[in-house]
Design a protein around this ligand. Structure first.
Ligand code: NAD
Length: 376
């Protein structure tokens, strides 16, 4: 396998490309043959000429590129696997917990589908981890979006005309996005509080100069992949209550609390939003998986009756497409390099490799991944 197609994303809101010209050059030198769909890098700052100069062939459409391609790179899940050659290795987000039909379609057509969200969170796979590379940028953008809309500045200012107190920012969920949000809010001069159900996070929060909000919810913790364990309804209710006071005094609240493969917990309900200061901003970064904030809407801002703005925090990395594409491209390149055979100078799908076993969902006409087999 050495013929790679780099697709152009079909959602008009998408701004990123899966592969940037620098990595085309790198992979071409290794022996891969790369075709890119015209316009793939247009919104992230890379024109067709840059891809051609790096050694890629340009075709007018995704469909025009499918025939003869052995490896297909794209970002978001496609509507179907139609048009792909049998045995193609297809890499993209697949949303596998919610997309049974799509998985069946990939299996039925004999495609080898890799789900980017299923790449294991191991040290070896860290370079390929698109979740981390993209959500860290999203955490940064969340703070900037909130700050731009807040009717107040973030840093403290002492002037002859008076003293301005720093804004208060509360981050709920301190994973990859939350850590970056804390760091960004601190750099802008805000006073930051944070909470996470994984106790190991307290030290990380403190090392960034923020305060950790202590809430005793009893048995909490994390999975061996570093993800939070799901809370019971009683624990969630206790958390909502304990957090309410911190929300009320905060100018910005950013929620990032997700539970892998499950619906996100609702952590801020309407009664708390009602008690927040007018003009405050809440960014819900879990909005695509059900939302942490009551009333949040995907890709929309909602203003409550008392003047609190709830901002959609999904896919914020699309606002910084140059860097987001660079990081994604690095993730795809690391994946291809990991499975590259020096002897054959092409990609070798090795199912003895735990990374491949973790993320390859369909092969040989079947769903092969243990976790999704029952999807059929
Ligand atoms: P995530 O997006 O699944 O969740 C975001 C955060 O929300 C997590 O920190 C989680 O603990 C927290 N959360 C869940 N329920 C909550 C609740 N009710 N209240 C408050 N917070 C809640 O997680 P993520 O950001 O993708 O990563 C989580 C952790 O995984 C990271 O901090 C890191 O330690 C680890 N990780 C490891 C690797 C690696 O080893 N390759 C890569 C990336 C992340």
């Amino acid at each position: 396998m050495k013929k790679i197609l780099v697709c152009r994303e079909t959602d008009p809101r998408e701004t990123r490309t899966p592969l940037i010209p620098d990595d085309v050059k790198k992979l071409t030198a290794m022996g891969f043959e790369i075709t890119v769909v015209s316009g793939t890098g247009k919104k992230s700052g890379f024109d067709d000429a840059a891809y051609e100069k790096a050694g890629a062939k340009v075709v007018p459409s995704n469909e025009a590129g499918y025939k003869g391609s052995e490896i297909v790179l794209r970002i978001m899940k496609p509507a179907s696997a139609e048009g792909l050659d049998k045995d193609t290795l297809h890499l993209s987000y697949l949303d596998p917990f919610n997309e049974k039909e799509l998985l069946n379609d990939f299996a039925k057509r004999g495609i080898q589908a890799v789900s980017l969200e299923m790449i294991p969170r191991t040290t070896l796979a860290q370079k390929m981890d698109v979740q981390s590379s993209q959500t860290s940028l999203a955490g940064y953008v969340a703070v900037l979006n909130a700050a731009a809309r807040l009717p107040k500045i973030l840093p403290m200012m002492v002037t002859p005309s008076g003293t301005i107190n720093p804004a208060r920012v509360f981050i709920i969920g301190v994973g990859v996005a939350g850590l970056q949000a804390i760091a960004t809010a601190k750099r802008l001069g805000a006073r930051v509080d944070a909470f996470d159900t994984r106790p190991v996070v307290e030290e990380q929060v403190k090392s960034l100069g923020a305060s950790f909000v202590k809430i005793d919810l009893g048995e909490m913790g994390q999975t061996d992949q570093g993800y939070a364990k799901e809370l019971t309804p009683e624990q969630i209710a206790k958390q909502q209550e304990a957090q309410a006071k911190v929300c009320e005094r905060s100018n910005i609240v950013i929620t990032t609390a997700k539970v892998f493969g499950r619906k996100a917990p609702v952590l801020i309900k309407k009664d708390v939003l009602d008690r927040m200061m007018p003009g405050s901003i809440v960014v819900d970064m879990a909005v695509s998986t059900g939302g942490n904030v009551e009333g949040s809407k995907l890709f929309e801002n909602v203003v409550t009756d008392n003047g609190v703005t709830i901002m959609s925090g999904d896919l914020l990395e699309r606002q910084v497409p140059y860097d987001a594409s660079k990081m994604l491209s690095g993730n795809f390149t690391a994946f291809l390099t990991h499975f590259y055979s020096k002897e054959s100078k092409e990609l070798d799908i090795n199912l003895n490799d735990e990374i491949m076993r973790g993320c390859l969902l369909t092969r040989g006409g079947e769903i092969i991944h243990e976790r999704f087999k029952e999807s059929k």
